[in-house]
Design a protein around this ligand. Sequence first.
Ligand code: MG
Ligand code: MG
Length: 259
Amino acid sequence: MIIYKTREEIEIMREAAQVVSRTLGKIAEALEPGITPLELDAIAESYIRSQNAIPGFLGLYDFPNTLCISMNEQVVHGIPTNTPIKEGDVVSVDCGAIFEGYYGDHAYTFAVGNVSSEIQHLLKVTKECLDIGVEQTRAGNRIGDIGFHIQQHAEKHGYGVVRELVGHGLGKTMHEEPQVPNYGRRGRGKKIQDGLTIAIEPMINMGTERVKYLSDNWTIVTADGKPSAHFEHDVAVVNGEPIVLSTFSYIEEALAKKA
Ligand code: MG
Ligand code: MG
């Protein structure tokens, strides 16, 4: 059952999403060669707690940390390690927070220093896939329209769309109905209407769409070892239109300062 939210609930969810957005801004400031994923995780946890929020992933399904940090060929659900990040790494950071009982869930993929033009292109197209998905999240459309258009855009560039993991409804729990696949058929699935709150999160692989689990039973990697990217926004439907509750602006400000 889809739990549609009131305008008041959506405003709280915006606060939750913004806590995560600012947290990812802190990560953008700190992310440089030599820092470890565990150090980034500590920054995120203390920042979230300073905002009267609670880390949303920590302990969820027994996940051990505040951030999922997925390096290079890792798609999602990477567990932060103490291996220093290096120039040229592709670092996907996914973060959740609970604020006044509601979840924010938001992700960005960073290129550390100079990366190949192929990787830059993968990041650009995956971000475009997210924007395309958001644009489809409007009354009159169905959930299948979101995935259909994301898939079309990714595959047009020869990329693989991960099938095993999908976006999702979001609210008082992290994963609510409906599932929001990044692939699918136009005009299929539940109708989109006011009060829908979902996390849209294309996971796009440079090569094959196929993935496998590492032995930690968390980390998902591409089957061919090629890089993967992941961007995620929280979106609500208000007056028939998509409202993005999260923002990349803190990340972009931090990256612009470093450039
Ligand atoms: Mg997420
Ligand atoms: Mg999510």
